[in-house]
Write a protein of this length. Sequence first.
Length: 79
Amino acid sequence: MAAYWTARNRFLEAGRDVRPSPDVRRMLSQVREPLLSVLQISPDFRPAYDPLLRMAATLGRIDAPAGRALLTELQQAQP
């Protein structure tokens, strides 16, 4: 449970400086590493996992290899 709360706090910190963008690549450049680091703390922290999963699907439509790479990272973070 402590890991979940630490992940939550890190998630909130990471979100403070995010500038929303309709461009998935711009969003990923802001959130990829912070959200993946949250998942390293707590693989069950869905608020970090779900947006990355949606971005991987969106990215896969415009850049299939990049979308697959992100999915691989997610699998490693949350087996």
